[in-house]
Design a protein around this ligand. Structure first.
Ligand SMILES: [Zn+2]
Ligand SMILES: [Zn+2]
Length: 166
């Protein structure tokens, strides 16, 4: 996944995912509302500040913002029992295509969905519990020996142990 270039005004990232979709003119069907709500309900008490300090006091819910499609389905079905897995996949795909969700892969072939599209960030993965944390993106590493190669994006994954797993 390429790093995300922050776009939009200062207010955009204060909005919930559901609000962002409404502002895009999306018709909020029950399915879309429930799926967006899964992300909005797991981004922390304010729902809008989880990415500010990445690995700080908020870390315990940070990793919930990187949900697999199965997790999204499970959480959606708790609210809307008839929602199908296919619907969840379709809606997630629409949100990714619209740039409102990132499809993140941290090397385990499992795609996770991340609503943090407004802050350019890298990921830090715990080898113990698998938690994924957002951290502000550093400068892209320069590939040595390829001075003529123009770097446009880099996927950086830091691996280690979270405070709970050390
Ligand atoms: Zn851990
Ligand atoms: Zn992320």
């Amino acid at each position: 996944m390429p790093r995300v270039t922050p776009k939009g005004g200062n207010l955009t990232h204060m909005e919930t995912l559901a609000q962002r979709l409404v502002h895009r003119g999306w018709r909020m069907t029950a399915q879309r509302r429930v799926i967006a709500g899964v992300f909005d309900n797991t981004t922390g008490p304010g729902g809008d500040d989880h990415q500010v300090d990445g690995h700080g006091a908020d870390r315990h819910h940070d990793h919930h913002t990187h949900l697999t499609a199965d997790e999204v389905h499970e959480l959606s079905a708790a609210v809307l029992p008839e929602i199908s897995r296919a619907t969840v996949y379709n809606v997630l795909g629409e949100m990714v295509d619209a740039g409102e969700l990132l499809a993140v892969n941290v090397g385990d072939r499992i795609t996770r969905y991340d609503p943090n599209v407004h802050e350019s960030h890298d990921h830090m993965v715990c080898n113990g519990c698998g938690s994924i944390f957002d951290i502000p993106a550093g400068p892209p590493p320069a590939p040595t020996g390829h001075a003529d190669f123009l770097v446009e994006s880099a996927d950086v994954i830091y691996r280690g142990r979270c405070a709970d797993c050390r």
